[in-house]
Design a protein around this ligand. Structure first.
Ligand code: GN1
Ligand code: MG
Length: 371
């Protein structure tokens, strides 16, 4: 549901922000929440912009817990960034409280809303344009993991159980296939065959975790390229956004998702899958950027599994898109018919491209590791 400009002003009046409302517009970003950009003018004429976001309660069943996680993480990061004057681009993500002092408000038309500062002079990219952007994005997500590495894991709650539990995602796809609620299975046999022939890999990371060979850390869990604000002039990553899924997770989920989102020359929903490719130079740039900020806390097994995680998270995301397609497009927002199916197909094409290059990817990681 889209809301009117007056309504955006009404939402804004519930937050503790100064100035007079000038304008507001919806921002098309992300598949889950609804986002608005609002402009305010202060008494001295200065223009300030804010992001208002309505949390999708179908996806985030405990929005107040999501907000608690975000508040903890942003406070933790901002304290450290200011204290150490560490170069993190100067701008950080801040939550603006409601006038009642809480970290979110209940909107006049319902829903849970939060307000962030708009990060000025930056933009996001859906498709990576060069290796510098890939490197910068990876460095930013590695820095994020590093900054929260001393935040005790029990301070961050699980808001979507089993979010990156690939076997659970796989089981849900099989269930969706069996019930075939929308009579769509007949159109996706090729995709189903592709996925089921890879069943043996879905449990690899959760098995390592269960056996104690991998440990949970505070992770971002949604490291899409467009969740990094990149400085328009310098192409440097300034700030990581979209902290909704910050939860205990594996560092490898974040790395894998980065490769998924920042190596292909085309968007996630490209209808022509022949254009999809995991480009090795982008992979190498991401490894270098990520390890620059994350190598100090990663274990040798985590480093060895970097290429595998890229394959697994791409497969997992393909599974999720296909499941949603079979269930009737109830989770990811769609903008056209078969949108989730197109998204699934690009993910599977990416898995294939990764498989074709997995040896080279592993060689690169090992070379870096020895250096
Ligand atoms: C969703 O909200 P957005 O668009 O950043 C999803 C991610 C998927 C991604 C695929 C909470 O992210 O897990 O990887 O779409 N977020 C949630 O594009 O499910
Ligand atoms: Mg998101």
């Amino acid at each position: 549901m889209s809301i009117r400009k007056d309504d955006i002003a009404g939402i804004g009046s519930q937050f503790a922000i100064n100035g007079i409302f000038v304008e507001g517009e919806e921002v098309q970003s992300g598949h889950i929440n609804t986002t608005y950009l609002a402009t305010y003018r202060n008494d001295d004429g200065e223009i300030r912009r804010y992001i208002f976001q309505r949390i999708n309660e179908n996806v985030f069943r405990q929005p107040l817990v999501v907000m608690k996680n975000i508040e903890r993480v942003t406070n933790h990061i901002n304290r450290k960034v200011f204290r150490k004057k560490r170069d993190f681009g100067g701008q950080t993500l801040n939550l603006y409280p409601g006038k009642d002092g809480r970290n979110c408000i209940v909107g006049v038309f319902g829903g849970i809303w939060r307000c962030y500062n708009y990060i000025e002079g930056c933009r996001t990219y859906d498709v990576v344009e060069n290796t510098r952007q890939a490197y910068q994005a990876a460095k930013a997500f590695g820095a994020f993991q590093d900054l929260v590495s001393d935040l005790p894991i029990e301070k961050v709650e699980v808001t979507i159980p089993g979010f990156h539990d690939t076997p659970k995602r796989y089981a849900r796809l099989i269930a969706a296939m069996k019930s075939d609620a929308c009579d769509r299975v007949k159109d996706v046999q090729k995709e189903i065959d592709f996925i089921t022939s890879r069943e043996s890999i879905v449990g690899v990371l959760v098995d390592h975790l269960a056996a104690g060979r991998l440990i949970e850390r505070v992770t971002h869990n949604d490291t899409k390229l467009n969740n990094v604000m990149i400085d328009e002039q310098t192409d440097e990553a300034v700030c990581v956004i979209d902290l909704d899924t910050v939860m205990p997770g594996l560092a490898l989920y974040d790395f894998g998702d980065l490769i998924r989102g920042a190596t292909s020359p085309v968007a996630e929903d490209e209808p022509d899958t022949s254009k999809v490719e995991m480009r090795l130079p982008m992979f190498e740039a991401i490894v270098e950027g990520y390890l620059e900020t994350a190598a100090s806390f990663l274990t040798p097994l985590e480093i060895d599994l970097l290429p595998f995680s890229a394959k697994l998270i791409s497969l997992e995301t393909g599974i999720r898109f296909l499941t949603d397609y079979l269930e009737g497009d109830k989770y990811f927002r769609i903008h056209r018919d078969n949108h989730n199916l197109d998204r699934c197909k690009t993910q599977l094409a990416l898995v294939k491209s990764i498989e074709d290059q997995e040896d080279k990817m592993l060689n690169f990681v090992k070379k870096w590791h020895r250096a």
